[in-house]
Write a protein that binds this ligand. Structure first.
Ligand code: DGY
Length: 324
């Protein structure tokens, strides 16, 4: 699909994006916008390369594409100066390769924070209270009536939630679990997260005024200590070499036997081989990659990605991402 055919800068968008504002942003910046409509859900390097083989000033790419030297080299050769991924996470983007070609990399932080935290909260509740299992049971016509021990799960109130990766999304999720479920909270992050205390403690203080017992919020010295103590472990770290398979068999074995593990971060943060038969596990709740899938967020991501590209094409520097 081509929009604003006579625009002076050619911008390729590798998958159609939701909403309309993103397109206005690019058209207002005098871009000719070409949206790829290839039926493949995931475009391989060769297909993306074809899209950028003629003159191409900027690209909005997807998290499913392998943006490494080969594609950034091709984009540079096509005259490209602007690139944004339609995601906050950029584990599929070799930023150093892009920068080596003088291409800054834009991403879409901020607009996914609450939406992703909501899915983590939804998974937490669904797993603790066996929502998916009970749903399957009802749909298969097995329900005959109320029974005292039918699908008895675990109450979250007053339990301990452990957060691994205490950036924006981890903080938003922590607030939901502390404020909504009065959970004590321990968190771990490789980097100091002074804002975590500040942001989450406000809610702890809020609860003090409403509760006889205040919630506690503290930093764990090690991931291992967090795993031994938490009733819910929620992963919010980015994916890089240091976090790939962070949750391996050994660390999974350190969790309490009835603890809930929630992953709304990238899949490979968990070594899936160490979770044999996940799909056969009735009490697992398994979703596709939908943590940011609210209309508002997906539209916001599109507008941000378009602004990243349009801004660079108009000579403005990219705003630095403060980290997840
Ligand atoms: C991101 O932005 O990194 C998300 O995974 C998209 O949902």
């Amino acid at each position: 699909k081509i929009f604003n055919e006579n625009g002076s800068k050619r911008v390729v968008v590798t998958k159609d994006l939701p909403g309309k504002r993103w397109l206005d942003v690019l058209v207002n910046a005098d871009c000719r916008v070409e949206v790829c409509t290839h039926p493949d859900a995931i475009l391989d390097v060769a297909k993306v390369k074809t899209l950028i083989s003629t003159r191409c000033d900027g690209v909005i790419g997807q998290l499913t594409e392998d943006w490494s030297e080969e594609l950034f080299g091709a984009l540079k050769s096509a005259g490209g100066t602007a690139f944004s991924t339609y995601a906050v996470g950029y584990n599929n983007v070799k930023v150093a390769a892009a920068n080596a070609h003088g291409l800054p990399v834009g991403n879409t932080p901020g607009v996914l924070t609450e939406t992703t935290a909501e899915i983590a909260a939804a998974l937490t509740l669904a797993a603790a209270r066996r929502v998916a299992e009970a749903d399957v049971f009802m749909r298969s016509g097995q329900y005959v009536g109320w029974l005292p021990a039918l699908f008895v799960g675990n109450l979250l109130q007053r339990k301990t939630v452990g957060i691994i990766g205490a950036g924006r999304i981890g903080q938003a999720y922590a607030r939901m679990m502390i404020e909504g479920h009065k959970m004590d909270c321990i968190y771990y992050d490789m980097f100091p997260q002074p804002k975590f205390e500040e942001y989450v403690t406000d809610y702890g203080k809020f609860l003090e005024g409403h509760d006889e017992e205040a919630v506690t919020i503290r930093r764990a010295d090690t991931v291992e200590n967090l795993l031994r103590e938490a009733d819910v472990v929620s992963l919010h770290c980015l994916l890089d070499a240091s976090t790939t398979h962070l949750m391996n068999a050994e660390r999974l074995g350190m969790m309490k036997s009835n603890a809930v593990l929630v992953n709304s971060a990238r899949g490979p943060v968990i070594d899936e081989v160490a979770l044999p038969g996940l799909a056969e596990c009735a009490n697992a709740v398994i979703l596709p990659h939908i943590a940011s899938a609210s209309l508002w967020t997906r539209g916001g991501m599109a507008t941000l990605a378009a602004s990243n590209v349009a801004g660079v094409l108009q000579g403005f520097p990219l705003l630095p991402d403060g980290g997840d």
